[in-house]
Ligand binder design. Structure first.
Ligand code: FES
Ligand code: FES
Length: 152
């Protein structure tokens, strides 16, 4: 079945089954491999993208649920105001270790900052609790989000 989806401000026509997860479409059909596969069950956050600005787990989001919503991935998050601040803060605070979880971390953090420019510790915990990091970069992630918030 054919679907037209808008990803990073560009329309793409894809021919896949309606229950195909958005993550599969991004990676295998469109070749956008910045978004990562971790668990495939909405448990780790590695696959996080934005749908109309909200952080969603693309591994459990069927393509036929997208409709005309705007999808943003890690490839374009730096073009948004909050995303650019988060990416700079990630570099300033040297957050990344192995890097595998970090696309998802940045997408969740960017969505948080876009809707709440000055998050409390509790707001950060709520927004980031579903993003798992096997390398344990959580302390630096929190510092980087606060650093980004100070620059707003
Ligand atoms: S791969 Fe989607 S939440 Fe883990
Ligand atoms: S940086 Fe390695 S899993 Fe998070």
């Amino acid at each position: 079945m054919a679907f037209t989806i808008k990803v990073n401000n560009k329309s793409h026509r894809v021919d896949v089954d309606g229950d195909t997860p958005l993550l599969w479409v991004l990676r295998d059909v469109l070749g956008m491999t910045g978004t990562k596969f971790g668990c495939g069950m909405a448990l780790c956050g590695a696959c996080t993208v934005h749908v109309d600005g909200a952080a969603v787990r693309s591994c459990v989001t069927p393509i036929d649920s997208i409709g005309t919503s705007k999808i943003t991935t890690i490839e374009a998050i730096g073009t948004t105001a909050a995303g650019a601040k988060i990416q700079k803060a990630w570099l300033d605070r040297e957050v990344v270790q192995c890097g595998y979880c970090q696309s998802g971390q940045i997408m969740s953090a960017s969505a948080l900052l876009a809707r709440n420019p000055h998050p409390t510790d509790s707001d950060i915990d709520d927004a980031m609790s579903g993003n798992i990091c096997r390398c344990g970069t959580y302390v630096r992630i929190r510092e980087a989000i606060k650093h980004a918030a100070q620059s707003i």
